[in-house]
Design a protein around this ligand. Sequence first.
Ligand code: GLC
Length: 538
Amino acid sequence: MSPLLWWRDAVIYQVYPRSFADADGDGMGDLRGITSRLDHLVELGVDALWMSPFYPSPQHDAGYDVADYRDVDPRFGTLADFDALVTAAKERGLRVIVDLVPNHTSSDHAWFQEALAAGPGSAARDRYHFRKGLGVDGELPPNGWQSVFGGPAWTRVADGEWYLHLFDTSQPDLNWDLPEVRAMFEDVLRFWLDRGVDGFRVDVAHGLIKESGLPEWTAAQVPITSPGAEHRTPPMWDQDGVHEVYRSWRRILDGYPGDRMMVGEAWVAPAERLARYVRQDEMNQAFNFNYLMAPWTAADQREAIESSLAGVEPVGASCTWVLSNHDVVRHASRLGFAPGYSTQGGIGDDDPQPDEALGLRRARAATMLMLSLPGSAYLYQGEELGLPEHTTLPDDVRQDPTWFRSEHEVRGRDGCRVPIPWEADAPAYGFGPSGKTWLPQPSDWARFAADREREVPGSTLSMYTEALRLRRKHGLGQGTVEWHEAADAIDFRNGPVRVITNFGKVPAPLPPGEVLLASGDLAADGTLPPDTTAWLRA
Ligand code: GLC
């Protein structure tokens, strides 16, 4: 294992361009806005930023519907702005990762427009999954596959054929059996590598290849293939053929100097299945969603950590850890419910509301636990401020396609995508000069503003900054976990640091040793309160 590969223990900060910083004042963030706030990332102490899509897109899925893979949407700026961002990041020692969306294009993409115009049987249609329908006149979809966002995964076009979209109707799935599709994406990789990016976050990495013949599937479309599961792998997820694609990409990345990397968004379980994506000649990393989803109990957290570490061990990859991103309820709110309560469909004003103080307390404890683990960690913009989910967004401002495709059953992901607060006393909390924001911010977010937290010892921002400094100083990202047995607690040693998280209802005694940092105040008698993590000198 080479310690020289930067990504193996990196802390990578996810920027959601729509909501990070707005330089031009249109209410939506942009690349110049990101550049103007890079010093925040430097002060925080992260190694890299990953940006969600900023490519030309009709924005039906917030940019995960790409109409042109080699340009910047005018809403976000220009290619020159992108180059300036990369230069500014490099000057500050930050690496840059961009998002790649290969499972589907936007329906505005030239290929899909060509496919519509060219008609049934054409080569242009073969780049996607067009099929005749069932029923007397083909009026029924070719099979019963469902869209992840709700409703059927098929939409009929004017000439009667249907096309497959595992997500929104505006996101037709590409046919990855076609060499032309593969060649196109290899060019896209080179396009951004040539512009100096350090890597890619690969969207829906488990979805590119479909089982041939698109066989019927009526069971849950959950890509779980644990031994003993009563069904085989669903035909739309985690097919063996995806790995060949990543091998070819790895060869391209390895042909460039400077340790370029890929991290896959693959919602697969168990950990051994995920490990297949990070074999030596495939992706460098994969997001660890099994960790993200683990309930807040000592047993569940320990199990998630142990199985994650054990899962990547045989393939020699480094583990990753993540608690929040643009698709899930922010962990400061998610953890404000009883363990096991599902927030998967988002939160609306008529849903049970999280206990905010409890959520933040646990979120801080969870973050310090995560940052003490060996491997690399992914942070989502705003979590360093302890930002909660916006749980009372008015339904009429929602934009997530999930909300529409589920016919207003599922609230969706807008609550974690609200523009973040920078300055307590500025319009839109300093998000942009006009005070406009594409989603409304809660009226009480001044208390989370970065400028206010920066001045307060013990603020969430101070805790993140100090935890990242100590993590680096003590090499925690490159360490190993040695467990101590504990009831209702996580207790392990990673090199020079002992890490203890109290999941119990009563304060727990701490072993002797200097407390380097704690996620909350210790009790007057020096014990560790519930839902608190401490790092001690071992
Ligand atoms: C990924 C993205 C999500 C998007 C979906 C379809 O899961 O993270 O935001 O909606 O892919 O591209």
